[in-house]
Design a protein around this ligand. Sequence first.
Ligand SMILES: Nc1ncnc2c1ncn2[C@@H]1O[C@H](COP(=O)(O)OP(=O)(O)OP(=O)(O)O)[C@@H](O)[C@H]1O
Ligand SMILES: [Mg+2]
Length: 173
Amino acid sequence: MKPVNIHEGIDNTLLILQYRLKAKPEGCAIQIIKQYTDLPLIECYAGQINQVFMNVLSNAIDALEQDRQSISEIYIPTITIRTTISEISGNIPSVVISIADNGPGISEQTINLIFDPFFTTKPVGKGTGLGLSISYQIIVDKHGGIFKCDARPGFGTEFWIEIPMQQQGYRGY
Ligand SMILES: Nc1ncnc2c1ncn2[C@@H]1O[C@H](COP(=O)(O)OP(=O)(O)OP(=O)(O)O)[C@@H](O)[C@H]1O
Ligand SMILES: [Mg+2]
């Protein structure tokens, strides 16, 4: 565990995914909107946190690609990444990273299953269904954080990643 610059982690992940954000014959480029707050360095497992960004951002891109067939002229597939500091009184302050897309959203029947290992709606050979269950373990079990999803069919999906700023005695095996 070491002090980590969260924004650097997100930006590096976006760089790796850049080829997937570009315009393709099937559809226009995916727009990225960043709303970053000044953040201190956060004590966490950098490699693992970056893996979470990779999983969540890849899912958002998958969702937006799926939607590209039904594109209208005014629709711009967009991923919005917002960072904030949450200071719930009495608790250790935490960092919140919200990653939202304006893709198809997730149906009510599916939303409760997305964190289950091996749950996937993607074609065989494309998804293993492990991305979100691994991410949940990393945020909740290893960092004592919160990982949740809010989605509305037809409007989009938001993932909420919350990590306490100090890992007070948290061993995180
Ligand atoms: N941003 C999103 N928009 C719509 N559905 C999503 C989004 N993120 C996740 N999902 C749904 O949650 C399911 C589980 O996601 P998860 O990342 O665990 O597995 P996967 O993406 O299917 O496969 P893997 O990540 O292992 O390659 C996805 O198959 C998809 O149905
Ligand atoms: Mg995935």
